[in-house]
Design a binder for this molecule. Structure first.
Ligand code: DON
Length: 587
């Protein structure tokens, strides 16, 4: 418990620091003060919606959404569009995701009636050992001490998972899908207010070449909003991968440059090898599915904790009449917080890389287990200490959190054949490890999603560091099906461990409170983690009622990035999170 609260406080510290960093509801984005943990909150606009009859793209940046729309208009599939969107996001939203990172893809094939999930999570180098993020005296490293430099960099998975999913679900040629990002990298794009604000607040990135010269002017100031940024190195990298396939990333000069960047990092030089890159494989995983009211909800299984977290949370909410309680009742937020606290406790103990650790997936979402968990929740009292449940497992692990920091991006796409993609993509914290490869892209710091401590309470930690192991994730690309088995909702969000809470809130808002995707994305969040409840600032009026129940409550603004699509009988409705710069385009 002592361990958990220390890590939790790290997570919450950064959440709270966002709140201090920027004003609530700021329309004009102001630079964040110097801080160590962007990508932070940069304001909240009005809800952003879109509609269409044939297809739709909802993502975190207008250039990326346009690229996806162009691919769909050219006859591409949802998966083709997803690749184009993510490659452009790498350019215009470089703090969040890119080919130096990893992703999870949930895909719906309308004709086959099949949901399939793909794991492009980064892997630790084979040489990684469990004391990787411990100091010489065995204490966990400081957060930025571990993140910045080469040790935190996992073998990137994005290009391999794109290739894997494209083989089954692509329609347009691989090279064609790369075209929008190559063109934009060559012609340049104007730096957005949010990118400028996050650059201005990141003193680690500002200190490290080549990112320093690329994103900052000669005086060390972040390049101004509207500055046209070209990235010829990235264009050349994409051209090589477009022409020669994913192998051009995992072997040859691009791979060599990644290894050189990681191993020669001025701080925390890493141990990644060419073999590590060559050996990387993306994996198709079995989706995890559960029920909520009349719906079936499916998502990503381990190494993500997200799909299980959403299924568990919804099962805990199921017995309660949230529709009657509505979005104004403090009880609704109490219940959402309790659901979060219970699933967060299970996450800390059981969830890790399933190829290395025996994760009891079935037990964690078994109806009887979930009923027992739901029975712990009362409308008029708080669970004193939310602990992990007793799920039969081959090995007993100790609870441990890992401090996931804000970055990451989620996009949702439906094509004209009714196929869909929910994809969450990440380089982990804002601007990842801060190392930029000569290939024009930033390298992730995903390995700090491992627990820094390998042992707690005299027991091994499931999510400890291991050679060639994938760190646990919270990413939660999600699809919801109606009682006839038809796809109805596609959604997800960034937010690290807060992702599950963001997604559950959005689902409750759409399903129980009849909100549109745009209003549901905009609806304020509540997060329950450990013994702390975090409320978005606009929920301040319900704070006293939650405190009356015994909750410790903090007010905070954080940059969720929910991009959701709902397929209704009247067509497609989409919503983009007003806390980021995204839009929806539908036709
Ligand atoms: O995989 C994960 O769960 C984290 N690396 C994601 C980080 C994240 O979403 C930060 N978001 N704002």
């Amino acid at each position: 418990m002592k361990y958990m609260s220390k890590n939790l406080s790290r997570t919450l510290l950064c959440l709270v620091a966002f709140a201090l960093a920027a004003p609530a509801h700021a329309q004009a984005v102001k630079p964040l003060p110097a801080q160590e943990f962007p990508e932070g909150f940069t304001g909240k606009s009005e809800p952003k919606s879109g509609s269409g009859q044939e297809w739709m793209v909802a993502a975190a940046n207008p250039y990326a959404v346009q690229a996806g729309a162009d691919i769909l208009a050219a006859g591409g599939s949802a998966l083709d569009a997803a690749i184009a969107v993510n490659l452009v996001l790498n350019l215009v939203e470089p703090q969040s995701s890119g080919i130096g990172g990893g992703a999870f893809i949930v895909h719906w094939d309308a004709k086959a009636g099949a949901v399939r999930t793909y794991d492009g999570r980064e892997k630790a180098p084979a040489a990684a050992e469990e004391n990787r993020f411990l100091t010489k005296d065995g204490k966990p490293m400081g957060r930025m001490q571990a993140i910045v430099g080469g040790k935190s960099v996992g073998v990137p998975g994005l290009i391999r998972v794109m290739e894997l999913a494209h083989k089954s679900h692509g329609k347009l040629p691989w090279a064609r899908i790369f075209q929008p990002a190559i063109t934009l990298a060559e012609n340049g794009f104007p730096i957005s207010p949010r990118l400028n604000a996050l650059l201005a607040g990141d003193r680690n990135l500002a200190a490290l070449e080549p990112a320093k010269s690329f994103y900052y002017d000669a005086n060390g100031q972040a390049k101004a909003v509207g500055t046209i940024l070209k990235n010829p190195a990235f264009a050349a990298t994409l051209r090589a991968i477009a022409e020669k396939g994913a192998d051009a990333f995992y072997t040859g000069p691009i791979a060599a440059e990644i290894v050189r960047t990681v191993t020669s990092a001025p701080q925390n030089a890493g141990d990644m090898t060419l073999e590590d890159l060559k050996n990387y494989k993306a994996v198709e995983r079995t989706p995890v599915c559960g029920a909520y009211r009349t719906y079936k909800v499916c998502g990503m299984g381990p190494p993500s904790s997200g799909g299980i977290g959403v299924i568990q949370s919804l099962a805990v909410l199921e017995p309660h009449d949230l529709r009657t309680l509505g979005p104004k009742s403090p009880t609704s937020y109490h219940l959402l917080a309790e659901a979060g606290r219970l699933s967060f406790a299970d996450r800390a103990v059981y969830m890790a890389d399933p190829d290395v650790v025996p994760v009891p997936v079935e037990g964690l979402i078994a109806p009887d287990y979930l009923k027992a968990r739901a029975a712990l929740v009362k409308e008029d009292a708080r669970i004193p200490v939310a602990e992990a449940g007793n799920v039969p497992t081959k090995r007993a692990y100790a609870p441990a959190d890992s401090p996931e920091l804000p970055s990451t991006t989620h996009f949702s796409i439906v094509d004209r054949d009714g196929n869909a993609v929910a994809m969450t993509s990440t380089i982990e914290s804002g601007f990842g490890s801060r190392l930029m490869s000569g290939g024009g892209f930033i390298l992730n710091n995903q390995l700090t999603d491992f627990s820094y401590e390998d042992v707690a309470e005299q027991r091994s930690v499931a999510n400890r560091v291991g050679g060639a192991k994938r760190p646990r994730s919270s990413m939660t690309p999600t699809m919801v099906f109606n009682k006839d088995g038809k796809l109805e909702m596609v959604l997800g969000s960034p937010g690290g461990p807060a992702i599950v809470g963001f997604v559950v809130k959005t689902l409750v808002a759409m399903i129980d409170w009849d909100m549109s995707p745009a209003s549901a994305a905009a609806a304020p969040f509540v997060l329950g983690m450990g013994n702390m409840v975090t409320l978005e600032e606009e929920l301040a009026p319900v704070k006293p009622a939650l405190e009356q129940l015994g909750h410790t409550v903090r007010l905070n603004n954080a940059a969720s990035g929910i991009h959701a699509i709902r397929i209704t009988k009247d067509g497609l409705l989409g919503g983009a999170d007003p806390r980021r710069e995204g839009v929806v385009i539908g036709k």
